[in-house]
Design a binder for this molecule. Structure first.
Ligand code: GLU
Length: 304
């Protein structure tokens, strides 16, 4: 199935409407992008690909990486990771501290910052050289040797990382962080700094549409069950406290990041990525949400 015509049409509609929201200024380096950048790329299981706009421009994927760190931790530890964090939507902001007190330092899910910090802690305990080893995993997973960290973005986030520093130390006080909080935070800022473009993201996430198998050579990277469960957490928790809204309007498992990227996966069909840096009040790309709502409606590819 070739979706190029639908993408072209909807891209024009969204582009010709006002671009609302603001870029994420709390990470100084993220404010330094063209707010009207707009790119889309789709990769299908059948091998079709189509991109439009700024789909070749690399941007900071931020929280989208949390699907990939979860995948590696899950692959290495299996279901034991669920002793350290939950799979429930939080209904609070991605960087909120409030629930942790009542939940004894067990984050609600792996995609809020608290949960992603615990996943980083797990990876630090398991990997010899977490920064290099995670990147090697990602290069193999995506089949893309060109992916790298951005030291500038990591430093920029660290310079203003007060909430994440508070979160990590708070979780440590409940003994749900084993390693030195500084080491966990440095790794967290590094993984969030990874830069990819829409083309690279849609190709990478196609693995989840294909039940954990690489489409290029059929290698099973995640088990079918792991791929299923990761997609279900994307569905229920991938869009901060707007995950219900995304399900309601778009109806696909997906993940957003405050760099303005969104990836969404249509099981057995395609993976699609959108980049548009202006965020709505919940931290999700304004145009990304709009585009996907129109796209799954027109193509009848919502899973619901
Ligand atoms: N690095 C960002 C933070 O911790 C990630 C937020 C996001 O993309 O959701 O605030």
């Amino acid at each position: 199935m070739d979706y190029s015509e639908e993408i072209r049409d909807i891209y024009e509609v969204v582009k010709n409407n006002p671009n609302k929201g603001d870029t994420a200024t709390y990470i100084p380096e993220l404010a330094d992008v063209d707010p009207d950048s707009f790119g889309i790329h789709i990769t299908t299981i059948d091998g079709d690909e189509f991109g439009i706009g700024d789909y070749k421009h690399r941007f900071s994927i931020q929280s989208i990486v949390k699907v990939l760190t979860l995948s590696l931790a899950y692959k290495m530890l299996g279901k034991r990771i669920w002793n350290r964090l939950g799979v429930e939507p939080s209904g609070t902001a991605f960087n909120s501290l409030v629930q942790l007190e009542a939940d004894n330092g067990i984050p609600r899910n792996p995609f809020i910052n608290a949960g992603a910090l615990v996943i980083c802690d797990i990876l630090i305990s398991k990997l010899n050289n977490p920064k290099a080893d995670f990147l090697a995993f990602l290069k193999n997973f995506s089949g893309n040797p060109g992916i790298s960290y951005s030291d500038t973005i990591a430093k920029s986030e660290k310079s203003k990382g007060y909430r994440n520093i508070a979160l990590c130390n708070f979780i440590k006080s409940f003994q749900n962080i084993d390693n030195d909080p500084n080491e966990v935070l440095n790794f967290y800022f590094d993984i969030c700094s990874i830069k990819m473009n829409c083309n690279e993201l849609s190709r990478t996430f196609l693995l989840y549409a294909n039940n954990g198998r690489k489409v290029s050579d059929n290698t099973q990277i995640l088990t079918i069950s792991q791929s299923k469960r990761i997609k279900s957490v994307m569905q229920t928790c991938g869009f901060y406290d707007e995950s219900g809204e995304f399900t309601f309007k778009v109806g696909l498992p997906g993940k957003s990041g405050v760099g303005g990227g969104i990836v969404a996966v249509c099981p057995k069909k395609y993976a699609i990525s959108i980049w548009s840096p202006k965020l709505n009040s919940k931290g999700n790309s304004y145009r990304g949400m709009k585009f996907l709502e129109l796209f799954t409606t027109r193509t009848e590819t919502s899973i619901f």
